[in-house]
Every structure is written in structure tokens, then in C-alpha cells.
Design a protein around this ligand. Structure first.
Ligand code: AMP
Length: 293
């Protein structure tokens, strides 16, 4: 099957309207392209739950707070279209920046709370850009379901919040983080790593797993996070932006692990910024014990 490429929102809307007349269930998977198995896992999950799947490809200038990062972002539309055809996506929607943000565009969707801290601190304006474009893509596609990866865990919370707050009738479904065989979370930015950096990069996930183990075996949150930060630097990362423990359900900071939690990290390896996260789930007995302490 080939995947139709659509660039204009009016065309997208008329295809979607025809699908609706047939009573079909529609899913959307927003991406910035340079597709890898992480993206494709979301497309497969979407195909399992919907009759028609739209994958959007838009390298959103408003979510880049760094011009060099935007310029260096990989653009591989031809290969992306071939990958989508091989998994059976129905439409690749790849609008231009001028169509998404026409002359005079003046609206920003800004989500308080979950956008603050973590990446929100180190990438000012990033989540406003994400929230604005995701709102547009959900409204343009009119999808029943939208799929997002846990790899971008804070983004997932931002999207869930805006959909609730703006009454957008799209169900948000999360997919697990896909990893390389050595544990490195798949990312379009991994292609920028030198061979030596690529060799070191999986330490980030290993350290998250170790930090989660330390927490589960009773280390204090402060101790575990300090050790984790030191381990990341010792593994050859140049800078740790943050390593934090937050509540899985709402990203609230956590001082003790008394409910499901997430370790979230952003660190630089040379010129490349990597993010990852890992769930910390206490065995039930330990959770009860800690809550009672
Ligand atoms: P991006 O193209 O980086 O904007 O990502 C598009 C979507 O794919 C987002 O919902 C991401 O969270 C998701 N994604 C990116 N990398 C992965 C991964 N390794 N595993 C699962 N989902 C991912």
C-alpha cells in the first residue's frame, strides 16, 4: 500500500470528511519526521485501534528555542514516506510552515503547571510551541485518537492537559519508549552522535535504571539523585540539565516514593542533548511501608 502525501489542510479535511461518512475511526500520530522504530511503534498501535491513520510530519519552528538545533534537524521525507507505506499508514500530512503559521498568526496555546520545570526550564518557549502546534494538528485532523510516546513524558502531560482544558474531542493514547538493543532511547537526534558518543549514550538509560533500583531499595530521593547526576558526568556526559523524580500521574515533585513515580533526565553528550525517563514503581508492600513512615 502506498501512503498518500497531503500538504494542504482543506485536502486533509475533505478526505477525513469522506472517512467520517463511512463511519471510520481515525487516528493521528504527530511527528517531526526522521522516523524510527519509536515513531513506527506508535503508528502500529494506531493502526490496531483505528480504521485510518494520519501521520503528521512537521518540523515545528516554534518549539525550537535554538536556531542551530532547528537547522540541524534531520529532514528525510522520502524515506519517511516509504517507512509509513511499509507499515500501512494511510496519509502522511506534511504541511509547510507558511500554511501552519500564515501571515498574521497571533495565537499561542500555553499550558501552565505541567509545562514548568524540567524541559520547560531549559527550553524556554518550547512547550508553548508544542501545545500550539498539537492543538492545530488535532483540530485540523479531527482525529478520534492521537498517539504520543512516553519518551517525551512531559510533552505527554502537556498534551493531555490541553486536550482536557480545551475540550478537544480526541483521546490521547501513550506508547512506551522504544530503545536500541543497548538500551538507548530511540531519537531522531541520535544520528548526530559521533561513534564515541554513541558508545557512551546508553549509560544514560543504565543510570536511570540503577537510580530507580536505589530508590526501590530505600535510598533517599536526594541521595539517589545526587549519585545519579554524578554517575552521568562520570560516564562522559558534558552536562546534566536535570535529573528529577516526579509523580507519574501529574509530574508533581516527590520527596519520597509513596506512589508511582518517574525519573526524568536531560543531559548533553558533546553537542547533542538527550532526554529519557524511567518509571519507578515500588512493590506494594514497600509503598505502604514508606507511606506509613
Ligand atoms: P518527534 O518526531 O521526536 O517529535 O516524536 C514524535 C512522537 O514520537 C512523539 O509522540 C514522541 O514521544 C514519539 N517518540 C519519539 N521517540 C520515541 C521512542 N523512542 N519511543 C516511543 N515513542 C517515541
Amino acid at each position: 500500500m502506498s501512503t498518500a502525501i497531503v500538504r494542504i489542510v482543506s485536502e486533509l479535511r475533505s478526505i477525513v470528511a469522506a472517512w467520517r461518512r463511512e463511519g471510520l475511526r481515525i487516528a493521528v500520530v504527530p511527528t517531526m519526521g526522521a522516523l524510527h522504530e519509536g515513531h513506527l511503534s506508535l503508528v502500529r498501535a494506531a493502526l490496531a485501534k483505528a480504521d485510518r491513520v494520519i501521520v503528521t510530519l512537521f518540523v515545528n519552528p516554534r518549539q525550537f528555542n535554538n536556531a542551530a538545533d532547528l537547522a540541524a534537524y534531520p529532514r528525510t521525507e522520502h524515506d519517511d514516506a516509504a517507512k509509513l507505506a511499509s507499515v500501512g499508514a494511510h496519509i502522511l500530512y506534511a504541511p509547510s510552515a507558511a500554511d501552519i503559521y500564515p501571515q498574521g498568526f497571533a495565537t499561542t496555546v500555553s499550558v501552565a503547571g505541567v509545562s514548568e520545570g524540567l524541559c520547560g526550564t531549559f527550553r524556554p518557549g518550547h512547550f508553548d510551541g508544542v501545545a500550539t502546534v498539537v492543538t492545530k494538528l488535532l483540530l485540523q485532523s479531527g482525529a478520534d485518537l492521537a498517539f504520543f510516546g512516553e519518551k517525551d513524558f512531559q510533552q505527554l502531560h502537556v498534551v493531555r492537559r490541553l486536550v482536557r482544558d480545551l475540550d478537544i474531542p480526541t483521546e490521547i493514547i501513550a506508547g512506551p519508549t522504544m530503545r536500541e538493543a543497548d538500551g538507548l532511547a530511540m531519537s531522531s537526534r541520535n544520528a548526530r552522535l559521533s561513534l564515541a558518543e554513541r558508545y557512551r549514550a546508553p549509560h544514560l538509560a543504565e543510570i536511570l535504571v540503577q537510580t530507580a533500583r536505589d530508590l526501590i531499595s530505600g535510598a533517599s530521593v536526594q541521595r539517589a539523585l545526587t549519585d545519579g547526576r554524578e554517575a552521568i558526568l562520570a560516564a562522559g556526559f558534558s552536562k546534566v540539565e536535570y535529573l528529577e523524580l516526579r509523580a507519574d500521574s501529574d509530574l508533581a515533585p516527590m520527596l519520597i516514593v509513596d506512589r508511582p513515580a518517574r525519573l526524568l533526565v536531560a543531559a548533553w553528550l558533546g553537542e547533542t542533548r538527550l532526554i529519557d525517563n524511567f518509571q519507578v514503581a515500588l512493590p506494594r508492600a514497600a509503598a505502604l511501608h514508606q507511606a506509613a513512615a
